[in-house]
Design a binder for this molecule. Structure first.
Ligand SMILES: *[C@@H]1O[C@H](CO)[C@@H](O)[C@H](O)[C@H]1NC(C)=O
Ligand SMILES: *[C@@H]1O[C@H](CO)[C@@H](O)[C@H](O)[C@H]1NC(C)=O
Ligand SMILES: *[C@@H]1O[C@H](CO)[C@@H](O)[C@H](O)[C@H]1NC(C)=O
Length: 144
């Protein structure tokens, strides 16, 4: 009798642990969210542009709310725009401070800022939004 109770207890414990583990696993998968990153490339030199400042905004009820700021590294890359917040299914805006960047090199530009709007329709995907530019022109594309 005593043995039977212990046996049942151990079995229940094992089952409980199995359920917990599975649940945690599926939660993790469910919460896996995408990322926003950028890359600034200089068309005049064919090289990446370090030290370009940019800010990410999200559109909420027709207002633009700042999410985070970043500055391009030595490879021209930026990865910290989301500032620990979760990617949402919304319209976002990236604002690059191009005039400050060119001024720091004693160069002029026709574009004091570059604004790129984009839509996140599936927040499990990654959104790589590069800026390819020189002083008098720029372009972007949907990377991943
Ligand atoms: C990150 O978010 C916090 C809180 O929302 C804000 O105070 C902070 O300025 C942000 N950091 C950057 C680098 O944007
Ligand atoms: C994100 O959170 C981690 C841990 O709390 C912190 O070390 C890091 O500085 C944060 N990043 C930003 C961009 O705020
Ligand atoms: C969202 O993107 C993921 C990854 O590409 C894909 O597996 C999933 O089917 C997409 N969801 C919708 C609703 O399109």
């Amino acid at each position: 009798m005593y043995k039977k109770v212990i046996c049942t207890l151990v079995l229940s414990l094992c089952l409980f642990k199995a359920v917990l583990t599975t649940e945690r696993g599926s939660l993790k998968r469910f919460r896996q969210n995408g990322h926003i990153s950028s890359h600034v490339l200089n068309l005049a030199t064919g090289k990446p542009s370090p030290n370009v400042e940019a800010a990410l905004y999200i559109k909420r009820n027709n207002d633009w709310v700042l999410v985070g700021r970043d500055i391009s590294n030595q490879d021209g890359r930026m990865n910290n725009f989301l500032n620990n917040s979760t990617l949402e299914e919304a319209t976002y805006k990236l604002v690059f401070e191009t005039e400050n960047y060119y001024r720091s090199q004693n160069l002029e530009t026709f574009y004091p800022q570059v604004l790129i709007y984009f839509k996140v329709e599936n927040n499990t995907q990654n959104f790589h939004v590069p800026l390819v530019m020189n002083q008098y022109g720029y372009s972007t594309y949907r990377g991943s």
